[in-house]
Design a protein around this ligand. Structure first.
Ligand code: IPE
Ligand code: IPE
Ligand code: MG
Length: 243
């Protein structure tokens, strides 16, 4: 391990466990989602402090529409409310917001809120925060391929990447899932090809700075080989390319 900490450039998080957090307290599920917004605010700040450049979070999946109607509408309202409340501070903190996902099925109020929040923070450059909302990895690959096909363009790894919702950032170095489940649940299927994975038993509302640091420590101890051998990686560290 090197002496200086290797901070991942891009962290992506499946923020799971809000419902169980609420259930343990005999509260409605939405109370867990509200607490989840507070946890995200804390996590954004912690990532800025640690020098992370890009944070991507999974907030609502293509499949989450199948939840009870009152939970879905509660989540939509919570998003609209959180935007109104959080955007001024995000602006001050230098956070550039992006919403990644389909706008289909969203109310006019929610889609306008997303567009306004993106426009209001477009000139910020301290941290890029991608919120995957109404997002599925399969949706993203399919919509990118359909877009290329409609224009008669060749489908290559590069052209697909450019047509996908995360084309403005490099692939995540570290993907964290909270809440104890060890699955990807249709998150960043394409971009996760060489991400390091970290699973935390903490429920998302309980995922604090210490829990983030545990994930960062684990990341730092890994050898990322990208298909090469350990010896090749070691010699590249010893004799870095000139220039
Ligand atoms: C994640 O928490 C947030 C969303 C999917 C919107 P959950 O609501 O899935 O929480 P659990 O998994 O039921 O505890
Ligand atoms: C993944 O969590 C989606 C989000 C965190 C937004 P889910 O709770 O929907 O995933 P499953 O259903 O347990 O796989
Ligand atoms: Mg869940």
């Amino acid at each position: 391990m090197s002496d200086s900490p290797v901070v991942p450039h891009h962290i992506a998080i499946v923020m799971d466990g809000n419902g169980r957090w609420a259930k343990r307290r005999f509260l409605p599920r939405l109370a867990g989602h509200k607490q989840g917004v507070d946890s995200l605010r804390r996590c954004v700040r912690a990532c800025v402090q640690r020098g992370v450049s890009v944070l991507t979070v999974f907030a609502f999946s293509s499949e989450n529409w199948n939840r009870p109607a009152d939970e879905v509408s509660g989540l939509m309202e919570l998003l609209a409310m959180a935007l109104g409340r959080e955007v001024p501070q995000l602006k001050k903190d230098g956070v550039q917001l992006h919403f990644v996902g389909s706008r289909e099925g969203l109310s006019v109020k929610v889609s306008e809120g997303l567009a306004q929040a993106e426009a209001a923070t477009a000139d910020n450059h301290r941290l890029i925060l991608n919120v995957c909302f109404n997002y599925g990895g399969r949706w993203d690959i399919a919509q990118a391929a359909a877009g290329l096909a409609a224009k008669g363009m060749p489908i290559t790894e590069a052209s697909l990447h450019a047509a996908m919702g995360m084309s403005h950032v490099p692939d995540p170095d570290l993907i964290i899932r909270t809440g104890g489940e060890m699955r990807i649940s249709n998150f960043l299927l394409w971009q996760a090809a060489y991400s390091e994975l970290f699973f935390s038993d903490r429920l998302w509302p309980d995922f604090d700075e210490a829990a983030l640091d545990e994930a960062l420590d684990s990341f730092q101890s890994r050898e990322r080989r990208f298909g090469k051998t350990s010896e090749q990686i070691a010699s590249a560290h010893r004799d870095p390319m000139p220039g």
